[in-house]
Design a protein around this ligand. Structure first.
Ligand SMILES: Cc1cc2nc3c(=O)[nH]c(=O)nc-3n(C[C@H](O)[C@H](O)[C@H](O)COP(=O)(O)OP(=O)(O)OC[C@H]3O[C@@H](n4cnc5c(N)ncnc54)[C@H](O)[C@@H]3O)c2cc1C
Length: 400
């Protein structure tokens, strides 16, 4: 008999939310995670020493009241009442070395036509550049919308499927439109990971997946686990590698999805050291970074924090810190080891036609007792990951 009802590979929000549902159904569930922290892209860096108590987001920064499946889980674990409304501060653009308002970059004569251009325009089958470029006009698209979409998905957005970018969902009226939690979104991962019914083995990198009779055997560097069902909740490239031996067709389909790397650096500075007015973030145009995400949405009396999400391979480590100092207008020496945090993030690069690939994957998965979840199905937002995990767990339950 297998040791587990469900083994989940990866303790990001996809793996944690699947484990939450499985534990709720009474399944003996374990997650294997290489890091010593749950959350994956939910990564709130919490400073220590002089900055003790201050945190900033190195990955995802906002939840929204349209995240119904995430909010349902948060309600079940008592997190709803801890939700913190994000302060209303706006985004600005960073262009030609200067901070500029978004309206100052728009070409207004093209905008009144936008509602008419929207009529009858179908998102499916079009990429972001075609769809939004047609609506707002090429000039506005290049000046504002393209850099803004790049900032939203932390990768060049032009070829991303338009229907995977913003998905309309009902909004909960009892929840602020944009939210975080004390300690950042990491608190969601910490709370789910601390549920006594969910066992997480940290420091365990999964290397192999094979079938043995009626169950699965999952191998890490130092041990093997057996399970009746398995959920892969890793970045897509890792899932492809793990599937190679037993599910080569699935692995081949996953290899068609490229991965974007984002080199993220968060810095915390005393509020009095900065002239920059409060901002939600900066959108870079023709810049080494896609965006700068600010902690001003959760103001702190003493410190301010900024995470720069850099394009990969453009600047080396020292050049990035020099650029951060320039943008924030602080001396380079103000950025030391105690107030700077680094992270490499990865996101899938979805392309038009991805819906068809997802349907093929789902057909191949039917009856397999293997679940695939993550941010490479309908979209990269947290809600899409959580929804995929719920759907996949529902299928596993039916398959026994
Ligand atoms: C910079 C950035 C900003 C974002 N902002 C937002 C936002 O504001 N709102 C929003 O909704 N979404 C946002 N997103 C998207 C969202 O955060 C992610 O798509 C989502 O969190 C991905 O969750 P996941 O669990 O699928 O994958 P991940 O978070 O990548 O988790 C995968 C897990 O698998 C583990 N793993 C890897 N290899 C192995 C292995 N061999 N064995 C076992 N485990 C392994 C990893 O360590 C990791 O813990 C943002 C993403 C980024 C990068």
């Amino acid at each position: 008999m297998a040791d587990h009802d469900l083994l989940i590979v990866g303790a990001g929000i996809s793996g944690l939310s699947m484990a939450h549902h499985a534990a709720g159904a009474g399944w003996n569930t374990r997650i294997l995670e290489p890091e010593y922290r749950p959350g994956g892209c939910l990564h709130s860096h919490r400073f220590t020493g002089a900055l003790d108590g201050f945190w900033l987001e190195l990955g995802a920064h906002s939840g929204f009241n349209s995240y119904g499946n995430l909010l349902a889980i948060m309600e079940q674990v008592g997190l709803l009442e801890r939700i913190q409304r994000r302060a209303k501060v706006g985004f600005r653009m960073f262009v030609d070395g200067k901070i500029r308002s978004i309206p100052s970059q728009l070409y207004f004569p093209a905008l009144p036509l936008a509602p008419f251009r929207l009529l009858g325009l179908i998102k499916t089958g079009r990429n972001v550049a075609e769809y939004y470029g047609h609506i707002v006009g090429r000039r506005n698209y290049a000046a504002v919308f393209e850099p803004a979409f790049n900032a939203v998905i932390c990768q060049p957005a032009n070829d991303f499927p338009a229907d995977s970018l913003f998905q309309p969902r009902p909004r909960r009226k009892d929840v602020p439109r944009g939210f975080t939690l004390p300690g950042g979104l990491q608190t969601i991962a910490d709370t789910l990971g601390a549920r006594p019914e969910i066992q997480i083995d940290f420091g365990q990198t999964t290397r192999t997946l094979r079938r043995a009779g009626e169950h699965f055997v999952v191998g890490t560097d130092d041990r093997e686990y057996t399970a009746r069902t398995v959920g892969l909740a890793t970045p897509v490239a890792v899932a492809a590698e793990l599937l190679d031996a037993e599910f080569p067709d699935l692995a081949r389909r996953l290899r068609e999805i490229d991965t974007a790397t984002i080199e993220s650096i968060g810095v915390a500075l005393p509020a009095e050291a900065l002239q920059l007015p409060p901002v939600a973030g900066l959108i870079g145009r023709d810049e080494a970074f896609y965006s700068v995400v600010s902690r001003d949405t959760v103001p702190d009396p003493g410190y301010r924090g900024f995470t720069f999400h850099f394009r990969p391979g453009v600047l080396d480590g020292e050049e990035k810190l020099a650029r951060i100092a320039q943008v924030l207008d602080v001396p380079r020496v103000a950025l030391g080891s105690e107030n700077v945090a680094f992270k490499t993030n990865q996101l899938p690069m979805l392309r038009v036609g991805h819906g068809e690939r997802t349907r093929d994957l789902d057909k191949a998965l039917a009856g397999s007792r293997l679940a695939l979840t993550g941010n490479y199905f309908s979209g990269v937002a947290i809600e899409e990951c959580v929804t995929r995990s719920l759907d996949e767990f529902t299928r596993l339950r039916q398959e026994g």
